[in-house]
Design a protein around this ligand. Structure first.
Ligand code: SAM
Length: 362
């Protein structure tokens, strides 16, 4: 079977690397997705283990489409009963490029009709969504079904957040980009609901990110519960029991409490210590081995840019002597972190463009 695996912009090479470690090699890569060939076990394993992916799609059909009749026939001929549950609402998303059929709404409506027609007595009691994605480029169509369900960044441990949380897969990505070695203590001085530290602890303890959630493939007629059970058991046996040194602080005590509850749900609370306070006022010096990874406020939603100047000065000073990185869309970040000591990457946290600066190893 062929899978199309999507990820946030800027992370496709990291996704490819991650999948290689799981023994899956990409056949083709795009700007926010890659394609690979695998089996049912691969599909389950990638959903369970990917820290970077957004969604895993199973490609059901491919071929040349020149008119609406061809589109209907091709879509209708696929084995939808295996993948679309009676209890779900059907959502068809369409993307087209350089093709004879170019009007997305009409393509969507024909494909939708063809799937319902093919399903026959599709009942109308709805509790979830079956998501189909149709991609047409240069008249070549690929049509696939979402096997993940909600985006994989939703691990299940985060019930509450602050105002500007990082998505879990972006947090995991910046931890991996900084090359944090688990032996050195890690500090996030603006930790909010704890996303960076929790993802870092899960990486260090080798906890599969999808352990606490369900996936769309569990409602497929082809679902192999025994295989999934075996993979979950295997993942449980691979968790390191050792604890690591992670320190979170924030000026907001309520958020620290939320971080604690999130860490408990993620199974990493023993590894994370918390203290309340403004970073620029903290007296305890950092020991040399510390690494700092943080997502400080941007100055857009609550604080003004000037209010944040002392905080960013302190962060710059600290990170200049420690390895690590900063992710933020603070407008003066570029000026502050422009030196050759830092490498830069643009990422999207949802719809927000953010800059990630990493201190280059000395
Ligand atoms: C962008 S949010 C971090 C969100 C976090 N990454 C998450 O996923 O929940 C910035 C955080 O910095 C904290 N903060 C703002 N100014 C601070 C300061 N001077 N010292 C320490 N924390 C500060 C805020 O309370 C907020 O939780």
């Amino acid at each position: 079977m062929q899978l199309l695996i999507t990820c946030p912009f800027g992370l496709v090479s990291l996704l490819s690397k991650e999948l290689k470690k799981l023994w899956y090699t990409a056949k083709e890569t795009f700007s926010t997705a890659l394609m690979l060939e695998t089996d049912l076990e691969g599909l389950y394993r990638i959903n369970l283990w990917s820290r970077i992916a957004n969604k895993v799609y199973l490609i059901l059909g491919q071929g040349e489409i020149l008119d609406f009749d061809q589109l209907f026939d091709k879509v209708w001929s696929l084995s939808w009963r295996e993948y679309i549950s009676d209890f779900n609402t059907l959502s068809v998303q369409v993307s087209t490029k350089d093709s004879l059929l170019s009007f997305g709404r009409s393509i969507q409506s024909v494909a939708h009709k063809a799937i319902l027609n093919s399903l026959g007595d599709f009942s109308s009691s709805r509790s979830g969504i079956s998501e189909v994605f149709l991609y047409l480029e240069k008249n070549q169509m690929s049509i696939c079904v979402n096997t993940s369900g909600p985006s994989l960044h939703q691990r299940g441990w985060r019930k509450q957040t602050g105002i500007a949380p990082l998505k879990e897969n972006i947090a995991a990505a910046i931890v991996l980009f900084t090359g944090w070695r688990f032996k050195s203590p890690l500090r996030d001085p603006c930790c909010g609901s704890g996303t960076i530290l929790i993802e870092a602890a899960m990486i260090a303890k080798n906890i599969a990110p999808g352990m606490q959630r369900n996936f769309a493939f569990q409602s497929f007629a082809t679902f192999d519960a025994e295989l999934r059970g075996t993979l979950v058991e295997e993942a449980t046996s691979k968790i390191y029991q050792q604890n690591y040194l992670l320190y979170g602080s924030d000026q907001d005590a309520t958020l620290l409490q939320i971080a604690q509850e999130n860490a408990l749900r993620a199974g990493v609370s023993e590894s994370i210590q918390r203290t309340e306070g403004k970073f620029e006022e903290q007296q305890t010096p950092f020991s040399e081995q510390f690494r700092l990874i943080s997502n400080p406020p941007y100055g857009k939603r609550i604080w003004s840019e000037e209010d944040l100047a002392p905080l960013y000065e302190s962060l710059l000073q600290t990170i200049s002597v420690h390895q690590g990185g900063i992710i933020s869309s603070y407008p003066w970040l570029k000026q502050l972190f422009s030196s050759k000591e830092f490498s830069h990457k643009s990422l999207y946290n949802g719809a927000d463009l953010v800059d990630f600066y990493r201190k280059k190893p000395c």
